[in-house]
Design a protein around this ligand. Structure first.
Ligand code: FAD
Length: 399
C-alpha cells in the first residue's frame, strides 16, 4: 500500500497530511515537539494564505480558533508618525489576520485524526533517512524505529534534518539580523483596533502588535553589528526609551510582565533542488523565508496545494516509484517563480529599513518632512505590498 511519511507538523506538514488523508492516502506524520505551544510560531496570515486555507475547505476551522484581523499598519520614525494604511488594503479584500498557530496546528491534527489512514507520531524526531538503490524509502526515528515510505516529505523547517540527510544543499541569502521576541501585557489601546506598529528609532527597528493570544508581542531586529550583549540589556528600559510616549508609558507600567526575550535565528535561502528520488522538501525546508511581511506560512500552504495537485492522482492510483519521482521536479518548477519573487520583495523591504536604520540624516529627514513625504512613501509601500499579500502565481487546488 502507498505510504507517505511527512516529517514536521508545521503549517506545511500538517495541512499536507490532512489533504492527503482526506483523499484516501495513508500518512504518517512525525513531529519532534510534544506540544505545539512551546516553540515560538509566527501567526500573520496574508490574503494569499487565507485563500489557500479556504481552498482546502478550512475556513470554518479558522473560525473556531483564536484569531484577530489587523485593522491597520502604522509607521513611526524618530517618534514621528510617518504613515498609516488601513486593512483590508484592497477594497473588498481580506485583511491580514493573526491566527494562533498552535491552535491551528492542533485543529488540523484533530481533523486528520478522524481518518483511519492517518497516524500522528508526536514527540519523536526523524534522525536519518532509509535508502535502497539510491532511493529514499523511509525514515529512522530517534527511538530507533524505522518507518517505510513510498514517498518522504521533508516539512521540517528552516534547519531541516531531512534536507541535510538527503544531501540537498541550501543556498543561503545574506541577511544581517535575527529577531528577539518579547511578550508583554495587553494595552487598552488595542481594544478598539489592532494596529501593527513598525517603529524605527535611533537605528533600532521593531514591530509591535496584539497577538491572537491577547497579549502584546514585540519583534526586535537584532543586527549582527550590534556590539552589546543582548542578554545583559535592561530590555524594559531599552524598549521604552525607543518607543512613542503612549507605548513607553505602557512598557514602564507593565515592565514586570515582559518575559525574557526568545532569540529567533533568521535563515533565508533556497535549495537548488527540492527533491531526490523518493523525497520532496516543502515549506521552509526547501526555501526558508524571512519573517518580513509574514510570508512563510502563506508560502508553505501554497506549496502544499501544488504538491497535492501533482501527487494525489498518482498516490491514489498506487503508481510505481518512477512515476512519483517524475512529478517531484514539476512541483519545484511550479513553485519556484513565486518563492524567488517573494524572497526578492522581502529583501527589498529589508534594504529599505536598513537604509533608514543606518542613516541618521535620512531618519531625521523623513521625520521632519513627514507631512510632505507621507503620501509618496505610503504609495511606494502600498505598491510593494500587492504580491506580498496576493501571491505571485495563480494557485488552485484541483484534487
Ligand atoms: C521571527 C519569525 C516570525 C515569523 N512570523 C511569521 C508570520 O507572522 N507569518 C508567516 O507567514 N510567517 C512567519 N514566519 C515564517 C514562518 O514561521 C515559516 O516560514 C513557516 O513556519 C514555515 O512552515 P513550515 O511548515 O515549512 O516549517 P515550520 O513551521 O518550521 O515547521 C517545521 C516543523 O517540523 C518539526 N521538526 C523539525 N525537525 C524535525 C525532525 N527532525 N523530526 C520531526 N519533526 C521535526 C518542528 O518541530 C516544526 O513543528 C516567521 C519566521 C520567524 C523567524
Amino acid at each position: 500500500m502507498t505510504q507517505v511519511v511527512i516529517v514536521g507538523a508545521g503549517p506545511a506538514g500538517a495541512t499536507l497530511a490532512l489533504i492527503l488523508v482526506q483523499r484516501g492516502i495513508a500518512v504518517k506524520l512525525v513531529e519532534a515537539s510534544r506540544t505545539f505551544g512551546r516553540v515560538f510560531r509566527g501567526e500573520g496570515l496574508m490574503p494569499s494564505g487565507l485563500d489557500a486555507l479556504k481552498q482546502m475547505g478550512l475556513s470554518s476551522l479558522l473560525e473556531r480558533i483564536p484569531h484577530r484581523a489587523l485593522d491597520a499598519w502604522e509607521f513611526t520614525v524618530e517618534n514621528r508618525f510617518l504613515f498609516r494604511v488601513d486593512e483590508p488594503i484592497e477594497s473588498g479584500g481580506q485583511p491580514c489576520t493573526l491566527v494562533s498557530q498552535p491552535a491551528l496546528l492542533q485543529a488540523l491534527i484533530d481533523e486528520a485524526s478522524v481518518y483511519a489512514n492517518f497516524e500522528f507520531v508526536q514527540g519523536n524526531t526523524v534522525q536519518d533517512l532509509l535508502w535502497s538503490d539510491r532511493r529514499v524509502v523511509g525514515v529512522k526515528l530517534g527511538d530507533g524505529r524505522e518507518l517505510a515510505a513510498t514517498l518522504v516529505i521533508g516539512a521540517d523547517g528552516r534547519n531541516s534534518t531531512v534536507r541535510q540527510r538527503a544531501n540537498l544543499s541550501l543556498e543561503q541569502q545574506s541577511h544581517n539580523f535575527d529577531i528577539l521576541w518579547f511578550k508583554l501585557a495587553d494595552s487598552p489601546k488595542f481594544e478598539s483596533e489592532n494596529v501593527f506598529y513598525s517603529i524605527l528609532q535611533d537605528r533600532h527597528a521593531f514591530g509591535l502588535f496584539q497577538s491572537s493570544e491577547g497579549n502584546l508581542q514585540i519583534g526586535w531586529a537584532l543586527h549582527e553589528d550590534d556590539s552589546s550583549d543582548w542578554k545583559q540589556v535592561n530590555w524594559p528600559e531599552m524598549l521604552a526609551s525607543n518607543s512613542p510616549p503612549w507605548l513607553a508609558e505602557h512598557i514602564r507600567t507593565h515592565a514586570d510582565t515582559i518575559e525574557r526575550p526568545v532569540l529567533l535565528s533568521v535563515v533565508v535561502g533556497r535549495c537548488p533542488s527540492w527533491w531526490t528520488s523518493g523525497l520532496l522538501l516543502l515549506g521552509d525546508a526547501a526555501h526558508p523565508m524571512s519573517p518580513i511581511r509574514a510570508q512563510g506560512i502563506n508560502m508553505a500552504f501554497r506549496d502544499v496545494i501544488v504538491a497535492a495537485n501533482n501527487l494525489v492522482p498518482l498516490l491514489r492510483e498506487g503508481v510505481g516509484d518512477a512515476a512519483i519521482d517524475v512529478v517531484l521536479p514539476k512541483i519545484q518548477a511550479e513553485r519556484s517563480p513565486e518563492i524567488i519573487r517573494v524572497q526578492q520583495l522581502q529583501s527589498q523591504e529589508a534594504a529599505q529599513a536598513e537604509l533608514l536604520g543606518k542613516s541618521a540624516l535620512l531618519r531625521w529627514g523623513a521625520s521632519q518632512l513627514a507631512p510632505l513625504v507621507r503620501q509618496p512613501i505610503r504609495q511606494s509601500w502600498l505598491h510593494r505590498q500587492r504580491q506580498l499579500r496576493q501571491g505571485v502565481t495563480p494557485i488552485k487546488l484541483t484534487v
